[in-house]
Design a protein around this ligand. Structure first.
Ligand SMILES: Cc1cc2nc3c(=O)[nH]c(=O)nc-3n(C[C@H](O)[C@H](O)[C@H](O)COP(=O)(O)OP(=O)(O)OC[C@H]3O[C@@H](n4cnc5c(N)ncnc54)[C@H](O)[C@@H]3O)c2cc1C
Length: 567
């Protein structure tokens, strides 16, 4: 006997409930570098155009398996802590999915961790920034150990004999995850362990203690007892660790494997059940008389490790740009293929406003990250020439803090808005958007939380008042080209007038600095549609508190078209 549904759908199979339509095709294999026009232009402009062919090759690769598969697999298969082996011996190993190791290998083989330290080309920091921004669009988690390995080099150089031993290992382009002596492997990954239970921002509160084994001092051996509350990538080959000595807080290199091949007393207590990516492990560790060597002078632990911290902060800015770019490309793709109320979403006027606003933020962050990377190139060039406190070095110091504060603060809401462009589909893991969203707040907390970064700006200004002049000289290269920018710069200058209240106003001041720098970069280098809309909405009074509030006269189509990977 025929059923009702069969009667009503005689031309279709029995029990067919519906036809799937108006769903978005997968975003397949875009070239993550070549499709990113603001980045392609920036890398040329900031002095590393030579990397473009390599970056394009990496961009093509990242858009394939790394973005389509590896990132998802590495997150769905969380790392597992193996504290003991089956016989009860402590092993303190973390087991990762093969996709994690593929991502790590991709990072190392593409020199994301080493290029500025090994390349003789000009603009190597800028070149690396382009590679890093491209690779991170596959997955954020692996970039944490890649960044720490990159950033450790200038800190190691504080102790030349230690740098002689380790620098060639951390800059090697081989990846070997086994817990073996690094010299045997010929390569090494580095981590850092500063934060303790009682304090992360204020590391002077560290209670971990280092006892000299043979006299002490820079390069000497110590035994360390204490704990660290956050220690990411605990399978790294060594860590820079802060610990107290009689001379005060000092910096140490603590390997996981001792010179005789046995395991150091570096004990992983547990892995963090954390918000962001699940591919990377972050752990709590205890040092039960762990062996380490001092890096830098006794009592100078913070100035020594700050060399590493500074470079990780640069990567927080590059990473914010990468996350924004990935989210925005997905949002444009989705809205280009999904229709509602008779039109593609991207053609709905209000959605165009949202997308254009997201594009502006992404481009401004990219421009800032790449300008900052050039500051690192110039500052390192000056240091190599034996010069200190040059304008480039002052700009690098100040703009890193300004840039990290602002771009990392902007990232979570940007990720959320990109997610919302997908409607309910964006809330579902398969879309990849929840992964981007969960990761977005991390960089604002890690390596100096928002307030700490704002206070760091004030510290830089106090240490060198010249740095504010250098900053304004950079911003005012765009003087006279945009009325909103000129007016905001003028107003910003007045905000340094009342030192008494400066600390409580620090976020507002740093926000203004970041916006003026971004505005200046876009006015000088981006098409008028982008620069005008950015300045009107962020520096003038024609924008709202949420994305999608650009003024009506904005050239939405031009802005979105420029940032679209599917141009
Ligand atoms: C996923 C993840 C991985 C991490 N990995 C590592 C790692 O590998 N190694 C490592 O050493 N650390 C690591 N951290 C720790 C991180 O660097 C610290 O959490 C961070 O520095 C903040 O320290 P805290 O957690 O102790 O917060 P607190 O120092 O207690 O700060 C709490 C809040 O107070 C604010 N604050 C602090 N001082 C002031 C002030 N003077 N005025 C106003 N506000 C202030 C801060 O901005 C912050 O918002 C990791 C953290 C996370 C989330």
């Amino acid at each position: 006997m025929a059923t009702v549904s069969q009667h009503s759908r005689e031309d279709t199979a029995p029990w067919q409930t519906h036809t799937v339509f108006n769903q978005v095709p997968p975003l397949e294999e875009p070239n993550v570098f070549s499709g990113n026009l603001p980045l392609v232009e920036a890398v040329e402009r900031e002095g590393a155009g030579w990397i473009a062919p390599r970056a394009a090759e990496l961009g093509r690769f990242v858009g394939g398996a790394p973005q389509q598969e590896w990132g998802r697999l590495a997150n769905e298969n969380k790392p597992v802590l193996r504290t003991f082996d089956r016989y009860g011996h402590r092993i303190d190993e973390v087991e990762f999915h093969p996709a994690w190791h593929r991502l790590m290998r991709m990072g190392v083989e593409n020199e994301l961790h080493s290029l500025p330290w090994t390349s003789g080309e000009p603009g190597a920091h800028t070149a690396r920034a382009a590679l890093y921004m491209t690779a991170m669009q596959a997955e954020a988690g692996f970039c944490c150990p890649i960044t720490m390995t990159f950033a450790v080099v200038p800190a190691l150089r504080a102790q030349p004999e230690i740098a002689d031993e380790w620098e060639s290992l951390v800059t090697a382009t081989a990846y070997d995850p086994r817990l073996l002596p690094a010299a045997e492997k010929g390569c090494a990954i580095a981590g850092m362990a500063m934060t303790e239970k009682q304090g992360g921002s204020d590391v002077r509160a560290n209670t971990t203690v280092a006892r000299p084994l043979n006299g002490g001092g820079g390069g000497a051996e110590y035994e360390i007892v204490g704990h660290k509350w956050f220690c990411s990538a605990p399978m790294s080959d060594f860590f820079l660790v802060l610990a107290q000595t009689d001379d005060g807080l000092s910096c140490f290199l603590m390997p996981r494997i001792l010179p005789d091949g046995s395991r150091n007393a570096f004990h992983i207590q547990r892995l963090k059940d954390k918000l962001g990516n699940h591919s990377n492990a972050s752990s709590e560790v205890e040092f039960h008389g762990a062996w380490a060597r001092m890096v830098g002078e006794p009592g100078r632990g913070v100035p020594t490790i700050i060399e590493m911290v500074g470079h990780t902060r640069l990567d927080c800015v590059i990473g914010a740009a990468a996350g924004m770019r990935a989210g925005m490309v997905n949002a444009i793709h989705h809205t280009s293929h999904r229709s509602a109320f008779g039109r593609h979403l991207i053609d709905q006027p209000l959605m165009r406003n949202v997308l254009a606003d997201l594009c502006l933020e992404s481009e401004a962050t990219t421009a800032l990250a790449m300008r900052l990377a050039r500051a690192y190139d110039e500052a390192h060039g000056d240091a190599d020439a034996g010069e200190n406190d040059t304008d480039a070095q002052l700009l690098k110091r100040l703009a890193t803090a300004v840039g990290k504060y602002w771009t990392c603060k902007r990232a979570p809401n940007h990720a959320f808005e990109c997610l919302e462009c997908h409607g309910g589909a964006g809330y579902v893991e398969e879309s990849g958007m929840p992964r981007l969203y969960r990761e977005a707040p991390l960089a604002s907390i890690w390596e100096g939380s928002g307030n700490v970064m704002s206070l760091d700006v004030l510290r830089a200004l106090t240490r060198s008042p010249r740095s504010l002049e250098v900053f304004f000289e950079e911003v005012e290269l765009a003087h006279g080209a945009n009325e909103h920018l000129d007016a905001r710069v003028q107003a910003l200058k007045g905000q340094f007038a009342d030192p008494e209240t400066l600390e409580s106003r620090a976020r507002r001041v740093v926000e203004g600095m970041a916006l003026c720098l971004q505005g200046s970069l876009l006015v000088r280098h981006a098409p008028a549609a982008v620069a005008d809309a950015f300045c009107a909405s962020r520096l003038g009074e024609q924008g709202g508190l949420e994305y999608g509030t650009l003024p009506a006269g904005t050239d939405f189509a031009a802005i979105v078209e420029r940032s679209s990977a599917e141009r």
